[in-house]
Every structure is written in structure tokens, then in C-alpha cells.
Design a binder for this molecule. Structure first.
Ligand code: PLP
Length: 352
């Protein structure tokens, strides 16, 4: 830390992204990216003609994409907020709806960025442990006394809650915003977006990074009551109004037009998830029943770290979390059937 860095950031622990080693070619199953390319319309939209327009600023209102997304999600454009990745939507939500007097309330085992955003903005965190079987008890979040943040399905467990269960959380926190992070909802979860018509304290956050094969494009969005969206827009326009670049905007528009392509690939990933889960269980693993594009798995006779290292040695990258409750597990992103066959064979060699 330089002598100029302000002391309030001295204890800030930044988010640690999944590694991207360059020493050899890996099968990358560690950051929940899609193994499939963006749809044909996206590849066609990001062309030389669009690149030539890069001298111009992008549309700060993202009007075309907002309208297309609103139609797809059956809401109004005034209910949609578009950001540079969904991390940005989450960051603005923490800034807008939590603060020194309004804690952020989230699970002990969930997306690691929530803790970082809380620290960054001087927001006290009320951390609620998941149950011993890693499920989240909705009742733990009734009258939570702050902004509730729930990843559904949760990461890195992949475990989902139903819309009805989350509705009860939303209903029982009338004085605070409930953020439902649906980064993985397209892989078998139940979206809370329909509830945004009924509750003015619900903000649903989704991303193009996972189910829409666009992690490198950096595109995310939030859906909620128009007043919440106006609050978030005020903060976006107070930082970087042009935060979605032109190429990503046209890519996102094409991706929404080709929704079926993405939903087909989600179904494929769900099939591969089932096959991989069955294979690992056959090798003695405990695998949580996932509704996401990854599985959280505990090897029979070694630590999560030992398996992670042995797989890396064999050119397969998975994610390992060293915290006490998670260190026996690894999180494995679902790739193509061929990639998962390599993973399973490597696991068989390591554990056999
Ligand atoms: C991947 C992920 C995000 C953020 O992804 P972006 O690439 O910033 O859109 C948000 N929440 C969870 C739970 C995630 O796993």
C-alpha cells in the first residue's frame, strides 16, 4: 500500500478471480464460463462496421437492449438497469440500498463479492450461516434488519430455493431491499422476476456471462420497481454513464434475439451436469444437487485442495475454496461432454 492510499481501505480484501494460468493449455472448469461460443447473430453483429463506430460514445441509456430485454422478461423498459457485468449492478445496489446504518445480510457461503462490496462501502455485514447440509433457510432472513442479498441458485453450492420461498423473504422485509442474484437461474432455477411487479423492494440481478456465453463482453442487468431502477441509474450516471461499450451492446442485442440458442445450450449443460454428477457419485464423491452450471463435489479420500492440485497437474482447472466449511470440496464448472469425460478420467486416475 502506498502512503497515499487512504487508511479506510487498509483492511479491504479484494475479490480474487479464478486463476487464468498461461503456462499450458488447460481445460478450464474454474470460472463458470460457458463452454459454447456466443450465437451466430452475436458473432455477425460484432463486425468491422461496428468497430469503425468505436470513435462514437455508446448509448448511455442502452435503449435498444433495454427494450429487447424488457420484452423478453415481460417487464417494462423502466424496470431494467443495464451494467458492465452484473458485478456492477451488485456494486450499485450495495451503494444505493445499504450503508453504515443499513447492514448487508447474506450467507456465510455464497458469492465472495458480497463481502468485498460491503467492506468497500463501509457497510456492516450480517453473515448468516447456511445449514450443515449447505441449504439456505429462508426463515433466517425474515425481518433481516438490512439489505438482503441471496444468490439463487447459490454459489458455490448450486443449491436453489423456490420462488415461493424467496417471496416470503421479500414480503417479510418491507423496509429493505432484497437482492436476488440470479447469475445461474437459467440452468434450472426459478426466477423471481415476475415478483418485481408485486413488490417494490425486490431487485433481481442477472448476467450474460454464464448462460449467454458472454463473460468476456461484460454485460449484466437488474430488474425491479422503476424507483429502484431510477436510484441505480443516478449512481451509474454519477460514475461512468458509458460503461457498456458499443460492441458489447450490439452483442447483447443479438443474444436476446437468439434466446432459443442459449436456452438449448443450457439444457445441454444440464444434461452434462447430470452425467458428470452420476459419474462422480459412482467414484464415491458426494455431489450436491446443483441447479447451476457447476457442481460442488467432495472427493472420497482427499481434501479439496489435494484434488484441485492433482487435476491442475493433469491440465484440468477447477476451483477450490480454502474456508473451513468448503475446504473438503471443489467446484467444477460444467463444460462440454468431451471436457467432462477428460475430467472424470483424470479423477478416476487420481482417486483410483
Ligand atoms: C459470475 C457471478 C456474477 C457476476 O458475473 P458478471 O460476469 O460480473 O456478470 C454475479 N453473481 C454470481 C453469484 C456469480 O457467480
Amino acid at each position: 500500500m502506498s502512503k497515499y492510499m487512504q487508511s479506510r481501505f487498509a483492511s479491504l480484501e479484494a475479490y480474487v478471480p479464478g486463476e487464468q494460468p498461461q503456462d499450458k493449455k488447460y481445460i478450464k472448469l474454474n470460472t463458470n464460463e460457458s463452454p459454447y461460443p456466443p450465437s451466430p447473430g452475436v458473432l455477425a453483429a460484432v463486425n468491422a462496421g461496428e468497430a469503425a463506430k468505436l470513435r462514437l460514445y455508446p448509448d448511455p441509456e442502452c435503449k435498444v437492449l433495454t427494450k429487447k430485454l424488457a420484452a423478453l422478461l415481460d417487464v417494462e423498459p423502466e424496470n431494467v438497469f443495464i451494467t458492465n457485468g452484473s458485478d456492477d449492478s451488485l456494486n450499485f445496489a450495495f451503494m444505493a440500498f445499504a450503508g453504515p446504518e443499513t447492514p448487508a445480510v447474506f450467507a456465510d457461503i455464497t458469492y465472495g463479492f458480497y463481502k468485498v462490496f460491503a467492506q468497500l462501502h463501509g457497510i456492516p455485514a450480517r453473515v448468516i450461516p447456511l445449514k450443515p447440509d449447505f441449504t439456505l433457510d429462508p426463515a433466517d432472513y425474515y425481518n433481516a434488519g438490512g439489505m438482503v442479498v441471496i444468490a439463487n441458485p447459490n454459489a458455490p453450492t448450486g443449491l436453489p430455493r423456490t420462488r415461493n420461498e424467496l417471496e416470503e423473504v421479500i414480503r417479510r422485509n418491507p423496509d429493505h431491499v432484497v437482492v436476488v442474484d440470479e447469475a445461474y437461474v437459467d440452468f434450472g432455477g426459478e426466477s423471481c422476476i415476475p415478483l418485481t411487479k408485486k413488490y417494490d423492494n425486490l431487485l433481481v440481478v442477472q448476467t450474460f456471462s454464464k448462460s449467454r456465453c458472454l463473460a468476456g463482453g461484460r454485460l449484466g442487468f437488474a430488474v425491479g420497481h422503476k424507483d429502484l431502477i431510477a436510484d441505480l441509474t443516478k449512481l451509474k450516471y454519477s460514475t461512468n454513464p458509458y460503461c457498456i461499450n458499443r460492441l458489447t451492446l450490439v452483442a447483447g442485442e443479438a443474444a436476446v434475439d437468439e434466446n432459443e440458442y442459449y436456452m438449448d445450450h443450457c439444457r445441454e449443460i444440464m444434461d452434462t451436469r447430470k452425467a458428470t454428477t452420476d459419474a462422480l457419485r459412482g467414484l464415491g464423491f458426494e455431489v450436491l444437487p446443483s441447479a447451476a452450471n457447476f457442481i460442488f463435489a467432495r472427493p472420497p479420500k482427499m481434501s479439496g485442495e489435494a484434488l484441485y492440485l492433482a487435476l491442475k497437474d493433469r491440465g484440468v482447472l477447477v476451483r477450490y475454496f480454502s474456508a473451513p466449511r468448503t475446504c473438503e470440496y471443489v467446484r467444477i464448472t460444467i463444460g462440454t461432454p468431451a471436457e467432462m469425460a477428460v475430467l472424470v478420467q483424470a479423477v478416476r486416475e487420481i482417486c483410483g
